[in-house]
Design a protein around this ligand. Structure first.
Ligand code: SF4
Length: 76
C-alpha cells in the first residue's frame, strides 16, 4: 500500500508534482493549486491510499521536487 499526503493549502502551484507524477497530481484550473487525485480530505490534508505499488517511485520524486515540502509518501 502506498500512502500519499498533500497539505494542499500551502501549495504554490509550481507544477513540479504534476510533471513528475501526472497519474497522481493535476493542477486545478480554479485556484492554481495541485490536486491529489482520488484523495480523501481531512482538516486540509488530502490523502490517497493506493494498493498500486508502482506509483511509489514517481510519488517520491514529486515529494523531493516540491519546494514547499507539502507532499509526504509512505509505503505500508
Ligand atoms: S510540487 Fe508542491 S508546491 Fe509545486 S504544485 Fe506540487 S504540491 Fe504544489
Amino acid at each position: 500500500m502506498v500512502v500519499i499526503t498533500l497539505q494542499r493549502n500551502k501549495c504554490i502551484g509550481c507544477n513540479y508534482c504534476v510533471e513528475l507524477a501526472p497519474g497522481q497530481f493535476q493542477m486545478s484550473k480554479k485556484d492554481g493549486k495541485s490536486v491529489l487525485l482520488h484523495a480523501q480530505e481531512k482538516k486540509g490534508f488530502f490523502t490517497l491510499k493506493s494498493p498500486d505499488e508502482t506509483i511509489y517511485d514517481v510519488a517520491v520524486e514529486a515529494k523531493k521536487a516540491c519546494p514547499v515540502k507539502i507532499i509526504a509518501v509512505k509505503q505500508m
